[in-house]
Design a protein around this ligand. Structure first.
Ligand code: TEU
Ligand code: CA
Length: 555
């Protein structure tokens, strides 16, 4: 694997609406990000990915872009963005933007023009078809519920395709003019000083033609998009063209939101000269998923968690470099998701942090994760803002769940869990805003907040700093960044342990349960590099790990 500038880094995701509000309108903004750059620098972060901050009607929180060349006034101005890029540069930090090009907003000029003249140039920027009485071109279900087809505004005889919300019409990647527009925009941002992109929903850009029905998989009579995607071939032509025209020549970093790729495609996606620099490992986030919806998901256990991580690590090997996460803006909070109910504690949060952070790959921290922010417990569906959660609530109710049951399933998986504002301190609204926050805060901010953890050497925040410092320690960097990952005692229940082997041999051990657990050692420990307890009960050939104890030792 060719060595690149991003391999040794640590990345952090900002969801701008909920990060930090500088002007009291209740919505986070770019000046707010600038104010907190020193906080991120002190944490040890190098790369910052900012979820969409472009003009948008916010039908899907900015993942519906109406102008690719500007900043949403609610977040600031283009000058603010330039200032952010300059301030980041001063601190040796790198800014990534979100590239949302499977679709744009229905309020984008292109779509407006397509509605004015569906047979003209812009009609061909989208997938527009003639309507037939009582019949859709195909039975695909949009990700947010209902058919992917919607009547074209002003044209009752025509319809357009949207795999997400109806306010997110899909762009027609088959049209070279569309691709040119996209590359032009990417290069425009890269030339402005952006270091790369996180690439949204990218596997959806290649559709299977002609439009056809797939097996119905829910009572709504529709079929999941995934059923179509499995049969759509040829995405590689688009992705390699994009790489060659944009990221490649700029030596930019790109991380793809890629799902369902086959083993044999991995070198094309993330091998040397692949479509992307990296892609997220979603194996733990999608675990237990059901075609029926969230209400029917299997709850993940520590053993499942471990198997998912090891499986991804093994299939990627040294073909490329995964980006590792425990949460993002589409997921519940990692600590609430992966730590069994009832076991949440400072120790278990530190264990989870250790387990994923020491994997081979680029670790991403999602805002608030470093202080252990937890899921919100929804009292009613009226508290929910997210369109995906509202859809899943109805899916659960239509399947026969009562209100309480439906609410409990969406509470577990809702995207809004991760979208509540960052908890900066214990003052009103957690110091996030001096106004009214756009989404309610998690009421636990009095206990869980940055200020209370900043000067506490035992806090989760301090532990994240230790993890990052270990990754950057010149003595261990080579091993942690590039070393091979080999599972150890894989069969031992509720134990997650693995070697990292490079010029050193490290062993990462985590007792994923409350009861103490004895673990045999393959050889004597030379040095304890990290421990979420003050003590370690260790001999030459074994160690007894306490309640959710996690350690990294050198052999
Ligand atoms: O998500 C893509 C995606 O595949 C979603 O279906 C995701 O699995 C779902 O949101 C879970 O409920 C990306 C963005 O990350 C997401 O926020 C956007 O809503 C979506 O694309 C559309 O742009
Ligand atoms: Ca604001």
């Amino acid at each position: 694997m060719e060595i690149k500038w991003w391999h040794e880094k640590v990345a952090y995701q900002i969801y701008p609406k909920s990060f930090y509000d500088s002007n009291g309108d209740g919505i986070g903004d770019i000046p707010g990000i600038i104010e907190k750059l020193d906080y991120l620098k002190a944490l040890g972060v190098d790369i910052v990915w900012i979820s969409p901050c472009y003009p948008s009607p916010f039908a899907d929180q900015g993942y519906d872009i109406s102008d690719y060349y500007n900043i949403n006034p609610v977040f600031g101005t283009l000058e603010d963005m330039d200032r952010l890029l300059a301030e980041a540069k001063k601190r040796d930090m790198y800014i990534l933007l979100d590239l949302v090009v499977n679709h744009c907003s229905d309020e984008h000029e292109w779509f407006q023009k397509a509605c004015e003249d569906p047979d003209g140039k812009y009609g061909n920027f989208f997938y527009i078809t003639d309507k037939k009485e009582g019949e859709l071109p195909c039975n695909w279900r949009s990700y947010f519920g209902g058919p992917v087809w919607e009547t074209l505004p002003g044209h009752p005889d025509k319809q357009y395709l949207h795999v997400f919300h109806r306010k997110q019409p899909d762009l027609n990647w088959e049209n070279p003019e569309v691709r040119e527009e996209i590359y032009k925009n990417i290069n425009w941002w890269l030339d402005r000083g952006v270091s790369g992109f996180r690439i949204d929903a990218i596997i959806n850009i290649k559709k299977k033609f002609p439009f056809a029905d797939y097996p119905v998989d829910r009572p709504d009579g529709l079929s999941s998009i995934q059923n179509m995607l499995k049969e759509a071939t040829g995405i590689g032509e688009f992705l390699s063209e994009m790489q060659a025209r944009t990221f490649g020549p700029h030596n930019a970093f790109s991380v793809g939101e890629v799902f369902d790729e086959k083993d044999e495609e991995l070198p094309d996606f993330i091998g040397d000269g692949g479509y992307f620099s990296s892609m997220f490992d979603f194996s733990t986030t999608i675990f237990g998923g059901s075609p029926n919806g969230w209400y029917d998901r299997k709850i993940i256990t520590p053993d499942d968690y471990k198997e998912c991580c090891f499986h991804s690590q093994q299939r990627v090997g040294d073909i490329g470099y995964l980006s590792n996460i425990i949460e993002n803006h589409d997921e519940p909070r990692g600590v609430s998701h992966y730590i069994p109910d009832g076991d949440l504690s400072l120790h278990s949060k530190k264990l989870l942090a250790t387990m994923y952070f020491m994997l081979r790959g680029l670790p991403f921290i999602y805002q608030g994760q470093e202080i252990g922010m937890e899921n919100l417990h929804f009292q009613s569906i009226d508290q929910v803002d997210d369109i995906s959660t509202i859809d899943e609530y109805h899916v659960a109710k239509n399947a026969g769940l009562n209100e309480k049951e439906a609410l409990s399933c969406i509470s577990r998986y809702s995207r809004d869990n991760a979208r509540t504002p960052v908890q900066w301190n214990d003052s009103a609204n957690a110091g996030f805003t001096s106004g009214n926050p756009w989404l309610p805060l998690n009421p636990n901010y009095k206990e869980i907040n940055v200020a209370s953890q900043e000067n506490d050497p035992d806090s989760l925040l301090s532990f994240y700093k230790e993890l990052i410092a270990l990754r950057k320690n010149p003595e261990y960097k080579e091993t942690i960044v590039y070393g091979e990952l080999i599972p150890y005692l894989e069969e031992q229940h509720n134990l997650m342990s693995y070697y990292r082997k490079g010029d050193k041999t490290l062993l990462v051990l985590g007792n994923f349960q409350k009861e103490p657990q004895t673990v045999k050692l393959p050889s004597a420990c030379r040095k304890v590099l990290l421990n979420n307890y003050p003590e370690l009960n260790i001999s030459d050939d074994s160690v007894i790990l306490d309640n959710y104890q996690a350690v990294v030792i050198e052999l």
